[in-house]
Design a protein around this ligand. Structure first.
Ligand code: BES
Ligand code: ZN
Length: 844
């Protein structure tokens, strides 16, 4: 059979009775999936993967069937079409792949334990129960769950438990929903509960390895997010409860199962008394993301996986809308500008990148196409752009109509555009198609030519790029009224520059607010006009200046000299985002120096110069009651000071470390990674690494774990590095879900790089066997490319990865990443001297 037939066309399910029996000890699942629905054909297909089918009955009688793993299907021949009840008895393995029904491993008081959970998106429900495993095949579900149960274990699912009989847990019937959102979990858990104003029970669940207070933050954010969404969407949360569960092993970041959202521990539990504001913001946005899906994704679901981007882009935008509403002091949109915007602008500038919307039939392909910088970051920018264009009122009115029309049902991207179009009287579809169906984005050049102010658009590339004449419908967001609202043409003349400048009294600007997905290249006259009073611009505009100039420099369209000279002008900014942009730009300069060279020494001095007076103002230790801008700025300047290696910085960090010796977890989380890293780098020895590793293995605090990893992987002692690389394959220390971060840590360490690179080359098969089925797999290539920028590494990169170009799911990544490294090699050859000369000049 061809994979373009959707099983749903042949059998439309209405209701499932699932009996699932999980045996942890024998790592076996057995069950009966009873599906009532409408057979449109006498030959119907039901999804299954890795199962043994014991029997198939239709309306109580055995019917002929075949099954295989290649098609992931059971082919069933029915005596007639029409309303039919299929009963399929099966067995399946309980595997450690973090997909389907799977165990998570953890330790409690030295005892090894497991928690069983599920992960079905995109197509792993078919590993748990035979089903029409397509998003359009919505049905209701009755779950009956049995397992080798011990006293005191907790069991949870999408719906509340109804009763227990003969060791079987029966749950209430679900609303109509897609298979990929079914979920359950059981094991030795703790929980905390509350209730929303509208009566929805909210709970947070985790293993007992966490202190109970680690559940509090998530509970509060979850409750307030649901309350926010009920108002924002003007649609009540339709289920009796919303459980949030932290799983010790988790392949994605989090998953929006309806009524039972699952998370990586790092994205749910945290120590409320010692976690950085940055991490709290991250956890809050993850929770808000998954809860946004309870409506957009769960209530209204994409018809097919090609529109998965719509689900994800939308939730990715709503994270910020929700958190901005419930924690306005956090200025969370600033985080959008320092994380999503640069990630999208950077990735989308490489030729060969995919478009946001890609036609796919085979769901395995969509997993391979799941480029988060595009699907999440660019996609959410697209929606932010639409929201800015429509205004919040029309945007919400359109959304409400969309929910009304499609709830408990499915929709396509175009259904959303028409709902938003109807609410706003704009041709939203036409505008969005130009952004979603084409890869890349434009640079808009603005110049004064013979006294006339004009603009033009062209695709922006970093590295080699083939100009194929793409054009976009660009919401310009200019401060000059002569600029069109939407710029569709190749070129446009606004009019007489002097007159407009005089009339407006301000420098000419485009993309004010940085909500549209393009960058601006101002000519000399226009840029000088803006820079004159750059210090008076708002924070986002300052960040945007640095970001756009940095991108233009990477694309060879501006000189790094300009960027280097600009940095000191912002060095005393009190804004967290401006400093984030500044130090990110500074970070991009470091590759222009070779390790241990005179130039590197000079770059370090530059770091000291930029960070010096800020560090004096802020001090090393966080202060009670200081602003979030100050907290964030301290992290950036401390990072720079430690990079500078100045005696003063090294000693300050060492002194703080000494004060917390024996209780390192109590180091204030804001500064902890920097203090630990500096200690390892400047005073580290085998004992210290051993101590930090021991802490890593035993702490339940995921953010502390992250800081320990940062410090451990920074060691420059080859013997210690060898030992660390050995741990990559020891799941008792480095869980597969955390391996990429460890690999990155060692790879970006100048002494470690060769060891990490040798490891991945020799262990590629092991890596592929361990995380190969995962969407994260191709990102190991990306991480590698991001660390490389020399001609030697480029040659080695090509030699290793080019033979793998035909590996399914890796080809595009390898091509793009080769071009990413090549672009850096060329850039360094072209700009190295200018960068270092300008740094010298600025230091003078
Ligand atoms: N639905 C996704 C997770 C997912 C996507 C699983 C595609 C399988 C296939 C979930 O809502 C999500 O977006 N998770 C993010 C975390 C996040 C808050 C950005 C993730 O896993 O990275
Ligand atoms: Zn999502």
């Amino acid at each position: 059979m061809t994979n373009t037939t959707h099983f749903y066309e042949k059998f439309v399910p209405e209701h499932y009775d699932l009996l699932i029996d999980v045996n942890r000890e024998h790592k076996q699942i057995s069950g009966i999936s009873t599906i009532t629905g409408d057979a449109k054909d006498k030959r119907v297909y039901v999804h299954q993967k890795y199962m043994t089918i014991a029997s198939v009955k239709a309306d109580g009688a055995d019917v002929p069937y075949t099954f295989n793993d290649k098609d992931e299907a059971i082919t069933i021949d029915l005596p007639q079409t029409g309303k039919t009840t299929l009963a399929i008895a099966y067995k399946a393995p309980l595997t450690d792949t973090m997909m389907g029904i799977y165990p998570s491993y953890y330790e409690l008081d030295g005892e090894k334990k497991q928690l069983i959970g599920t992960q079905f998106e995109t197509t792993a429900a078919r590993q748990a129960f035979p089903s029409i495993d397509e998003p359009e095949a919505k049905a209701t579900f009755d779950l009956a769950l049995k397992f080798d149960e011990h006293d005191g274990e907790t069991v949870i699912a999408n719906m509340p438990e109804n009763h227990v009989k003969d060791g079987v847990h029966y749950f209430d019937t679900t609303v109509k929903m897609s298979t990929y959102l079914v979920a359950f979990a059981f094991g030795d858990m703790q929980s905390k509960m509350t209730t929303t104003k509208s009566g929805v029970k909210v709970g947070v669940f985790s293993t007992k390895a966490h202190a109970p207070k680690e559940l509090d933050f998530a509970l509060d954010i979850a409750k307030r997010s649901i309350e926010f969404y009920e108002k924002f969407y003007e649609t009540p949360y339709p289920l009796p409860h919303s459980w949030q569960l932290a799983l010790p092993d988790f392949s994605a970041g989090a998953m929006e199962n309806w009524g039972l959202v699952t998370y990586r521990e790092a994205y749910l539990t945290l120590d409320p008394d010692n976690t950085s504001l940055e991490m709290k913001k991250l956890v809050a946005t993850v929770i808000a993301h998954e809860l946004a899906h309870q409506w957009f994704g769960d209530l209204v679901t994409m018809k097919w996986w090609d529109d998965l981007w719509l689900n994800e882009s939308f939730a990715n935008m709503m994270e910020y809308v929700a958190i901005d509403a419930i924690e306005p002091d956090w200025h969370i949109w600033e985080m959008f500008q320092t994380s999503e915007a640069p990630s999208a602008l950077h990735r989308d500038a490489t030729d060969g990148v995919q478009s946001v919307h890609v036609q796919v039939e085979d769901p395995a392909e969509i997993d391979a196409l799941f480029d988060s910088a595009i699907v999440y970051a660019k996609g959410s920018r697209m929606l932010v752009m639409v929201r800015a264009l429509l205004g919040d009122d029309d945007f919400r009115a359109g959304l409400k109509a969309y929910f009304e029309a499609h709830k408990y049902n499915n929709a396509k991207g175009d259904d959303l555009w028409s709902a938003l179009g109807a609410a706003s009287h704009l041709d939203v579809g036409a505008i969005m198609h130009s952004w979603l169906e084409q890869p890349g984005y434009p640079v808009v050049s603005a110049s004064v030519d013979n006294g006339k102010l004009k603009i033009s658009q062209q695709q922006f590339f970093i590295g080699e790029g083939k100009e194929v004449g793409r054009q976009w419908q660009i919401p310009l967001a200019s401060n000059y009224s002569a600029a069109p609202q939407i710029f569709k043409d190749k070129e446009f003349v606004l009019g007489d520059y002097k007159q407009m400048r005089a009339a407006s009294g301000e420098p000419f600007r485009l993309n004010v607010g940085n909500n549209s997905h393009f960058i601006v290249k101002y000519d000399e006259t226009l840029l000088a006009d803006i820079l004159k009073d750059a210090d008076k611009l708002d924070n986002i505009s300052q960040l945007q200046l640095l970001q756009d100039l940095g991108l233009l420099a990477q694309g060879g369209q501006a000189s790094y000299a300009e960027l280097v000279k600009l940095l000191p002008r912002f060095a005393d900014s009190k804004s967290g985002v401006v400093n984030a942009a500044l130090y990110s730009a500074f970070g991009s300069l470091r590759k222009f120096t070779t390790p241990d060279s005179a130039e590197e020494l000079q770059m370090k001095k530059f770091a000291a110069m930029l960070s010096g007076s800020q560090l004096e103002r802020l001090g090393w230790m966080p202060k009670a009651g200081e602003s979030s801008d100050d907290q964030q700025t301290r992290q950036d300047v401390m990072g720079a000071a430690i990079y500078s290696g100045s005696q003063e910085a090294v000693q300050s960090a060492h002194e703080i470390f000494g004060r917390f010796e024996g209780r390192l977890n109590e180091l204030p989380a804001d500064i902890r990674p920097y203090i630990l890293l500096s200690e390892v780098r400047n005073f580290g020895n085998a004992d210290l690494i051993k101590e930090l590793l021991a802490q890593y293995r035993t702490t339940s605090d995921a953010s502390y774990k992250g800081h320990l990893r940062t410090a451990i992987t920074a060691t420059e002692d080859p013997e210690q590095i060898k030992l660390i690389v050995k741990l990559f394959e020891d799941a008792d220390t480095v869980k597969p879900q955390d391996l990429r971060a460890w690999y990155r840590g060692v790879l970006t360490n100048k002494v470690g790089q060769q060891y990490a690179w040798d490891w991945i080359k020799s262990q590629w098969q092991w890596l592929s066997d361990t995380v190969g089925g995962d969407m994260e797999f191709p990102t190991y290539i990306q991480v590698t490319a991001n660390a490389f920028h020399t001609p030697e590494r480029l040659a080695e990169f090509k030699a290793f990865f080019e033979p793998k170009l035909d590996t399914p799911g890796l080809g595009r990544e390898i091509k793009m990443d080769t071009s990413v490294v090549a672009a850096k090699v060329d850039l360094i050859a072209a700009e190295k001297d200018v960068v270092n000369a300008t740094v010298a000049e600025v230091l003078d």
